[in-house]
Design a protein around this ligand. Structure first.
Ligand SMILES: [Cu+2]
Length: 147
């Protein structure tokens, strides 16, 4: 094995890899968001022009207690990204499961919050439940409607 040739090849690979990282970092710097205009109200809706190629994200908060979800009926659109904040306001651990859509939060303890994101890819009515113990039988169910 020619060791000079081997070293040359390694050096060339290092240059290519380093150059690649440099270009990737350049792109990151360019796409970094600028701070919001301080004159704008902080909770102003994001204008649709910010995300021209995708539908806006639907943000939903669901609270879990004994033994119910609030709200227990939710409607979203097919293909719309759903950002779900799940809060346990009860006294027992709870989770949130939509088996038909392969969606589930972690089991969280009282006072905890879990956040998940999913994009429904089919329309219909899907039952969601709490999978802990017999909470489903005690009333922890609801319906997610995908239009
Ligand atoms: Cu539960």
């Amino acid at each position: 094995m020619n060791s000079k040739l081997t070293i040359s090849v390694i050096v060339i690979i290092l240059i290519v890899v380093t150059g690649g990282f440099y270009v990737m970092n350049m792109n990151k710097t360019v796409t970094t968001a600028t701070p919001a205009d301080t004159n704008q109200p902080t909770n102003a809706p994001i204008s649709e022009s910010v995300v021209p190629s995708a539908m806006a994200t639907k943000e939903i908060t669901i609270e879990a207690g004994e033994f119910k979800f609030a709200p227990s009926a939710i409607t979203v659109k097919k293909g719309e990204k759903v950002k779900l904040t799940f809060k346990n306001t009860g006294k027992f651990p709870h989770d949130y499961v939509i088996a038909d859509l392969n969606v589930a939060t972690k089991v969280i303890n009282p006072g905890e919050v879990d956040m998940i994101e999913f994009t429904p890819d089919k329309t219909g009515e899907f039952t969601f439940i709490c999978g802990v113990g017999n909470h489903e039988e005690q009333g922890m169910t609801g319906t997610l409607t995908v239009e």
